[in-house]
Design a protein around this ligand. Structure first.
Ligand SMILES: NC(=O)c1ccc[n+]([C@@H]2O[C@H](COP(=O)([O-])OP(=O)(O)OC[C@H]3O[C@@H](n4cnc5c(N)ncnc54)[C@H](OP(=O)(O)O)[C@@H]3O)[C@@H](O)[C@H]2O)c1
Length: 281
């Protein structure tokens, strides 16, 4: 696939089609004025999608940047995620959305995600039902999950719901092919978090450096282009203006099939840093 679209359409249970920019600005672990300044600059550079979470403690800082950006609210796509103490019935999940909106001082969210399934609580299927209800209230435009394994997603599908998106850790060495295949077969869009492997040594590998040299870009841009050429949403994070700019500038070059295959071959088959059967908040 040589996907060059700058938006993906989220479909799924309860959701009228919602367009999401494929490149979002990741905000963890930025907080306070530094976070507001980074998001402000990102929006100035052209980002139109910002990824935050209750757990990052920066929703207020992100909301401030969005409100003061001078952009129309409908021109910025805002994603946030909620914690396990807000899993449950419709009233519980609605309250969680209202509190996020209060912190951000916004009227609605574009995407509201279950941050971790927390299977020990066994409330995530009910929470998905609550999210479908919430879409109808106008507080959120779309919903989804994060860190869901196929078996966890299957339980949601068995209950008759399709989450529009599953945000999971994906980078060239942790491609999570099984998760991505399951998402795709279920009609769930994959969003990649830590898409640059947190700026690790992977960005120094020849598989990324060689194509970067060929197209006159950086290895990070090659990594992000690899993601979007395979249809994933990405939410890279940078506190640096030049790197923020690079991470958005992905649509006027392409990787060849050979280059894509070489990067695909870096997959170690290892799972993500954290196991969502055990970890969650
Ligand atoms: N759903 C979840 O459970 C979950 C979990 C983790 C993260 N996330 C989301 O995903 C976002 C991104 O993930 P992440 O922050 O873990 O990792 P990441 O985006 O893969 O990597 C960020 C690191 O890469 C560096 N970097 C960024 N652009 C670069 C470039 N062009 N060239 C070289 N280095 C570059 C950054 O340094 P500089 O700042 O110095 O540029 C930073 O150290 C988070 O901010 C958060 O919004 C979600």
């Amino acid at each position: 696939m040589n996907n060059n679209a700058q938006h993906v359409t989220l479909k799924g249970s309860g959701v009228a089609d919602v367009d999401i920019p494929v490149v979002g600005f990741g905000t963890w672990p930025l907080t306070g004025p530094e976070c507001t300044a980074s998001v402000t600059r990102a929006l100035g550079l052209g980002y139109r999608h910002v990824d935050t979470a209750e757990n990052y403690g920066n929703e207020a800082a992100v909301g401030l940047a969005v409100r003061d950006s001078g952009l129309a609210r409908e021109d910025v796509f805002v994603t946030t995620k909620f914690n396990k103490d807000s899993h449950g019935d419709a009233a519980t999940v609605r309250l969680s959305a209202e509190r996020a909106l209060e912190r951000m001082d916004l009227d609605y969210l574009d995407l509201f995600l279950i941050h971790w399934p927390n299977p020990a609580q066994d409330l995530y299927v009910q929470t998905c039902e609550s999210l479908v209800d919430l879409v109808g209230t106008g507080l959120v435009r779309s919903w989804g999950v994060s860190n869901f394994k196929p078996a966890q997603l299957q339980r949601v599908l068995d209950a008759g719901m399709v989450p529009p998106v599953n945000q999971v850790q994906v980078d060239p060495e942790h491609a999570q092919r099984g998760v991505e295949r399951f998402n795709a077969a279920s009609g769930v869009v994959t969003a990649a978090y830590s898409p640059l492997a947190r700026g690790s040594e992977v960005l120094k590998l020849a598989e990324l450096v060689d194509p970067a040299d060929r197209v006159g870009r950086t290895p990070a841009q090659v990594a992000l282009r690899w993601h979007i050429q395979q249809g994933r949403i990405v939410v890279p994070r940078s506190a640096n203006e030049e790197r923020q700019r690079q991470n958005l500038d992905l649509f006027d070059f392409a990787l060849t099939e050979d280059e894509m295959a070489r990067i695909d071959a870096l997959d170690t088959g290892e799972g993500p840093r954290l196991d969502s059967d055990e970890f969650g908040h």
